[in-house]
Design a protein around this ligand. Structure first.
Ligand code: HEM
Length: 149
């Protein structure tokens, strides 16, 4: 009883925190910091300083969330059906997008010349929005699977 509850707690909390963190970054922090800092370089320095060192916390969160998902499969003795496979595929897509964002797009922004920045930021925002949508879909599929069972 306690273990399944703890596993569900970690799984749901991990998903919620991930949605909140990426959503806040893309929809609140970026647009507001952009308005606040008139100089493009200062805006870039600020957002990079805010997210610096977060990569490994996100990875730890993904491991906990995915691990708890697999453990939920086990403790609830579920078969891997189409909905659960779709959840795994969505998480795999989000891990790939996170890799692109963290290892490719942030370093590119840090060294970009001023004329390149705007298109890099737009791409960044598109990737972040896709991640939020995949995670919201993952929550919806999880809740639906639970209720429909
Ligand atoms: C490896 C990837 C994942 C696996 C294997 C997985 C597995 C599961 C399983 C087995 C359930 C329980 C379904 C049921 O009781 O019928 C579940 C529920 C759920 N999942 Fe996932 N999941 C994964 C990724 C995610 C992600 C990335 C999120 C959110 C961003 C998420 C959010 C949820 C939510 C909110 C529930 C409903 C909790 C409940 O009612 O028990 N899952 N997931």
């Amino acid at each position: 009883m306690l273990w399944p509850a703890l596993v569900t707690f970690v799984h749901v909390l991990g998903g919620g925190v991930w949605i909140g963190a990426v959503g806040f970054n893309v929809f609140v922090l970026h647009p507001r910091a952009k308005k606040f800092f008139a100089e493009p370089g200062r805006f870039e320095d600020f957002v990079l300083a805010v997210v610096n060192g977060m990569r490994w916390w996100v990875i730890a969160g993904i491991v906990a969330l995915g691990g708890a998902g697999l453990e939920l499969l086990r403790v609830r003795a579920l078969e891997l059906d189409a909905v659960l496979l779709a959840k795994i595929a969505l998480l795999a897509l989000n891990i790939a997008l996170f890799w692109v964002l963290s290892w490719r797009m942030w370093p590119a922004r840090a060294v970009a010349a001023a004329p390149e920045l705007e298109s890099l930021r737009r791409r960044f925002s598109r990737v972040g929005t896709t991640m939020v949508l995949c995670n919201v879909a993952n929550v919806a599929l999880g809740v639906w699977h639970h209720v429909a069972r």
